[in-house]
Design a protein around this ligand. Structure first.
Ligand code: ATP
Ligand code: MG
Length: 335
């Protein structure tokens, strides 16, 4: 059953489009990864969905949570959703914990806000959450300030805050990027075990395909403000279909092949106001035809439960779903 349904979500800053119509459905209890290079719109998608963008942003389209429409909803309506139905762990943890308030107090306050508990009961619940996320000696550390915790512990505290409202969906935006590999693995395990315990859905935003594969069963790949590939994690790892996704895999350093196996994608993500004509990835793609430079490929089903926005997906197009385009492919591809 779908929990959140995003359709044709668009965002512009000062008139410049950065999101070009995102369609994304999150089902109850599922974990979905959102990957793509820096600047492709991963964070903006969820900040827009939760009404957290600055006033200069223009948001269009629809974000439905059950029977509620979040785009254009009042401040009060959005506040009642944030934290209690959908919680977000932000990319920069230092922006979320207040440095001058004791950590336990901050968590207890969010518990009071979302669960209606007061005084000792809120304190008790805050300590339980600190223990749940693996803060040792939580009773004593309740009165510490954020700077008295390590980076990994601060990230755990952020997760505790996010859990304080028993959300149906946790959006974790790059929750492990600033952490070393061991702590990163611990935080991933924590997210996996909390999901198993609570049944909450997770949207996991990350550059790291490996981390995504551990947490999520489904992945959406974003490029230049669009979803360009959507499929199960297992299928994505077996055979990426969009040349951009393929490029992301090829850019991962491998333990087995030495440095020469790592092939970065040439060029960079285009600036939102300066998108090339046709497919935004075409200038960086090794599989292009005339068509790619002139027309915009839509996200289309490939016939095996996955979708890609590409005129020449790797492995071709399943004949049942797009014969017309398959012909174009034979006639026009230079790959
Ligand atoms: N407050 C803002 N004002 C103007 N432009 C913005 C603002 N926030 C984001 N953008 C632009 O929107 C685009 C998408 O940004 P977003 O933060 O969603 O990228 P991202 O995919 O999360 O990247 P990263 O992996 O670096 O976090 C970028 O071009 C960015 O410059
Ligand atoms: Mg981001």
């Amino acid at each position: 059953m779908s929990l959140v349904e995003i359709s044709d979500l668009t965002v512009a800053f000062d008139g410049t489009r950065v999101l070009h119509g995102i369609d994304l459905t999150i089902d109850k209890g599922e974990a979905v990864g959102l990957v793509g290079e820096s600047g492709c719109g991963k964070s903006v998608t969820w900040l827009a969905a939760l009404g957290l963008l600055p006033g200069k942003a223009t948001v269009g389209g629809s974000v439905r949570l059950g029977d509620r429409q979040l785009v254009g909803a009042s401040r009060a309506a959005l506040e009642s959703v944030r934290g209690s139905r959908i919680a977000m762990i932000f990319q920069d943890p230092s922006s979320s914990l207040n440095p001058v308030i004791r950590v336990g107090r901050q968590i207890a306050e969010t518990v009071e806000l979302h669960q209606g508990l007061k005084g000792k009961a809120a304190r008790f619940e805050a300590i339980r959450l600190m223990e749940l996320v693996g803060i040792p000696d939580a009773v004593r550390r309740f009165d510490n300030f954020p700077h008295e915790f390590s980076g990994g512990q601060n990230q755990r505290l952020m997760i505790a805050m996010a859990l304080s409202g028993n959300p149906d969906l946790l959006v974790a935006d790059e929750p492990t990027t600033a952490l070393d590999a061991t702590i990163q693995a611990q935080i991933l395990d924590l997210l996996i075990s909390i999901r198993a315990e609570t049944g909450m859905a997770i949207v996991f935003i990350s550059h790291d395909l490996g981390a995504v594969s551990q947490v999520c069963e489904r992945v959406c790949v974003m490029y230049a403000g669009r979803i360009v590939e959507r499929c199960s994690t297992e299928a994505l790892f077996r055979e990426p279909r969009h040349p951009y996704t393929r490029g992301l895999f090829d850019a991962i350093p491998r333990l087995d092949g030495g440095r020469e196996r790592m092939v970065p994608i040439p060029g960079t993500v285009p600036q939102p106001g300066r998108l090339p004509g046709g497919c935004a990835f075409s200038p960086r793609c090794g599989h292009t035809s005339e068509l790619c430079h002139n027309s915009l490929p839509q996200l289309a089903e490939l016939g095996d439960g996955r979708a890609a926005a590409c005129f020449h997906p790797i492995g071709g197009i399943a004949p049942a779903s797009a014969t017309g385009r398959a012909k174009v492919r034979q006639g026009a591809t230079t790959a």
